[in-house]
Design a protein around this ligand. Structure first.
Ligand SMILES: [Zn+2]
Length: 332
């Protein structure tokens, strides 16, 4: 058991080390070139060390519990392991963000004003249990913008990136949140969790067939000792093509949900503001405007901009999203 935990810590560290060159290139060359990078080498390095330590300290107890379940229940571990993963998912969605995110970002309450009043009114109209409204200094790392919820079902915190507020008007930010509240109201998160639990149960059932199979250990050079963690690692290599199938299914579900959440915002009268903010988000983040439908069907969790706009019934009346990217212009 302790060997497995140490093995997990070592392989995790190695994979982080292995990712350094590409991650460096992505942040300081590619993102830099298009004006998105706002981080410094020091912040980038400390962020990496912090997330590695977090992965090991938070991952180890869950791994220990997982291995213990296999030790106790043998091949009938599936339902217990699914329960453990469900617990981990809920933990990382509800409680963990309140102490993990502050390690990386600073949070401040949203200042009183039009935006705050509008968001509070929106939450009230939709019976959304809004407890706290925070602004996160996303601009210290990147110019990409976003918004999300954290917290328990009965007490939620809305977090807005400072970049989102900066680039959008009040009605546009409210429209983005109306879309997010749509996801909440239509139980999209629960749907996603049921889908992931389903795929997970399927993976575990397949794994249970591998667990007692010595052939796979032997073909990878393991003789004499047969730790479950090694079995799971080898199994993940063999089963990885299945993940492509799962990913495809999850993306289909996610795109359906995006349309529904857009529709929800539309029904509340935010269609134009949402369209404007989607155009801005896509142009400012230099997102893909168009894409082959087959490529999109497999790779994209969100429908492409053109499809979302036509779903919203948006008709262009004026030129919006006229954003000049300094770096990109110099290239031309
Ligand atoms: Zn969405």
């Amino acid at each position: 058991m302790s060997q497995s935990i140490v093995f997990f810590a070592i392989t995790t560290t190695l994979s982080v080390l292995e990712s350094i060159p590409t991650s460096y290139y992505q942040t300081f060359v590619l993102e830099e070139k298009f004006g998105f990078n706002k981080t410094t080498l020091k912040v980038w390095l400390t962020d990496m060390v912090k997330s590695l330590l977090l992965t090991i300290t938070l991952g180890s107890p869950f791994l220990y519990a997982f291995l213990k379940i296999i030790e106790v229940y043998g091949v009938s571990f599936v339902s217990y392991a699914c329960g453990l993963v469900l617990f981990a998912q809920l933990f990382f969605m509800t409680i963990a963000p309140s102490f993990i995110l502050p390690l990386f970002y600073k949070f401040s309450p949203l200042e009183d004003g039009e935006l705050k009043t509008e968001i509070e009114a929106l939450a009230k109209r939709n019976e959304f249990p809004l407890k706290e409204l925070s602004v996160m200094d996303g601009s210290t790392r990147s110019a990409h913008s976003n918004a999300f919820f954290v917290g328990l079902p009965w007490s939620k915190k809305i977090v807005l990136y400072d970049t989102l507020i900066e680039h959008n008007t009040t009605p546009e930010t409210v429209a983005v949140l109306a879309h997010e509240i749509g996801h909440w109201k239509l139980n999209h998160l629960a749907q996603l969790m049921v889908a992931t639990q389903g795929t997970l149960a399927f993976t575990f059932i397949l794994f249970s067939a591998f667990l007692g199979n010595r052939a796979i250990f032997h073909s990878f050079g393991f003789h004499g000792v047969y730790p479950p963690f090694i079995a799971f690692t080898l199994f993940s290599y063999v089963s990885s093509p299945l993940n492509c199938l799962f990913q495809f299914g999850l993306n289909v579900l996610s795109r359906k949900n995006e349309y529904q959440a857009d529709q929800y915002a539309l029904e509340q009268g935010h269609s134009d503001s949402l369209a404007y903010s989607l155009i801005k988000l896509t142009t400012e983040n230099l997102g893909t405007i168009d894409s082959d439908w087959l490529y999109s069907a497999y790779n994209h969790s969100h429908p492409i901009l053109a499809d979302r706009l036509s779903n919203l019934g948006y008709v262009s009346k004026e030129k919006v999203g006229d954003v000049k990217i300094a770096g990109a212009e110099k290239q031309d």
